[in-house]
Design a protein around this ligand. Structure first.
Ligand code: NAI
Length: 336
């Protein structure tokens, strides 16, 4: 099958070509650096499938354009699918598949890395030591032991994160409309989200971005939090109202902020913009805080996860070619 791969970086070429080789080199992959959108969909001409990533825009115009060029499958090489208009995909006869689980541990471990780095201010300590400044003033952290960690969303990644927390002897609170037995058995206590917001010293977001979860962390939610709380978002930028979070940082309610995702990351992340003037003033403000640590959507980025993403993406494409049904189709039943 001819597959047009969008937003393709060198590591995507390597991992997808290796997975295609391993699957008998049955597919023809064409790589495009461009993001997928209505404007770039024409690049998929001649392809029956497109392979897309987190910041590609698969809205109705893009899907209509893809369908007009003969595309029948969107194979997302990620878990989240908030960037796809599933109703429009069904209307134009395009199947949408994703990689539901590749390495929840990769994201959970990055979450933990952000918490520890922010707590012990490793980002500042590293810069100081390189400048020959060995003073400790301003670098005091806190013991994780005994602290309350609130986990919002306890699916695959949230559960993996709770497993990692076992080693720290923290008290774990969880909020999820569908509580998981495994997470409760690990000692986490499910509570209403308002209780979690009020009690947690560290809050970590692990739920998908949907119309219901958009800006779940807004001014009202921040007003409920403990003064000095640490907020971590490795899920999707839209869960957090960035302007409200900036106000929370300025007032001191938010004591530490760790972001691997950002509402407007589509214009920034995954690109080297170091020689350019940053146009996003909200993002630029975030960068001025000493207690903010930002990574550019790299939580998934381990060798194991990238290899698994490529293998499952190829499996989706192969199954679609063989049976007309990808291995991990995103169900649109509830959209009926
Ligand atoms: P999952 O589907 O296994 O779990 C999501 C959980 O969130 C479910 O248990 C669901 O019931 C819960 N949830 C839904 N609405 C909620 C609400 N309003 N409040 C609390 N919980 C709610 O998904 P998984 O694999 O754990 O991934 C979670 C998210 O992580 C993905 O949707 C994606 O956006 C993000 N992600 C980020 C990556 C990165 O590199 N930064 C990589 C992979 C995923």
């Amino acid at each position: 099958m001819h597959v047009a791969v969008f937003s393709a970086k060198r590591y995507d070429h390597r991992s997808l070509l290796a997975a295609n080789e391993a699957a008998g080199a049955r597919h023809q992959l064409t790589f495009h650096e461009a993001h997928l959108s209505a404007a770039t969909a024409v690049l998929a001409q001649g392809a029956e499938a497109v392979c897309a990533f987190v910041n590609d825009t698969l809205d109705a115009p893009a899907l209509e354009a893809l369908a007009s060029h003969g595309v029948r499958l969107v194979a997302l090489r990620c878990a989240g699918f908030n960037n796809v208009d599933l109703a429009a995909a069904r209307r134009v006869g395009i199947q949408v598949a994703r990689v539901p689980a590749y390495s929840p541990e990769a994201v959970a471990e990055h979450t933990l890395a952000m918490i520890l780095a922010l707590n012990r201010q490793l980002h500042r300590a590293h810069a100081r030591v390189r400048e020959g400044n060995f003073a400790l003033d301003g670098l005091m952290g806190f013991d994780m032991r005994g602290k309350t960690v609130g986990v919002i969303g306890t699916g695959r990644i949230g559960a993996a994160f709770v497993r990692l927390l076992q080693g720290f002897r923290c008290r774990v609170l969880a909020a999820d409309p569908y509580p998981a037995d495994e997470v409760a058995q690990l000692g986490a206590t499910y509570v209403p989200r308002e209780v979690l917001l009020a009690d947690a010293d560290v809050i970590s977001l692990h739920c998908p971005l949907t119309p219901q979860t958009h800006h779940m962390i807004d001014a009202d939610a921040i007003a409920r939090m403990k003064r000095g709380v640490m907020l971590i978002n490795t899920s999707r930028g839209g869960l957090v109202d960035t302007r409200a979070v900036i106000d929370g940082l300025k007032s001191g309610v938010i004591g530490h902020l760790g972001l691997d995702v950002y509402e407007e990351e589509g214009d920034l992340f995954f690109e080297d913009l170091s020689g350019q003037v940053l146009q996003d003033d909200v993002f630029a403000r975030l960068l001025t805080f000493p207690n903010v640590l930002i990574t550019a959507h790299q939580a998934f980025f381990t060798a194991e996860a990238v290899g698994a993403i490529a293998a499952i993406t190829l499996e989706n494409i192969t199954c679609f070619e063989a049976r007309g049904q990808a291995a991990f189709v995103i169900s649109t039943e509830k959209l009926a």
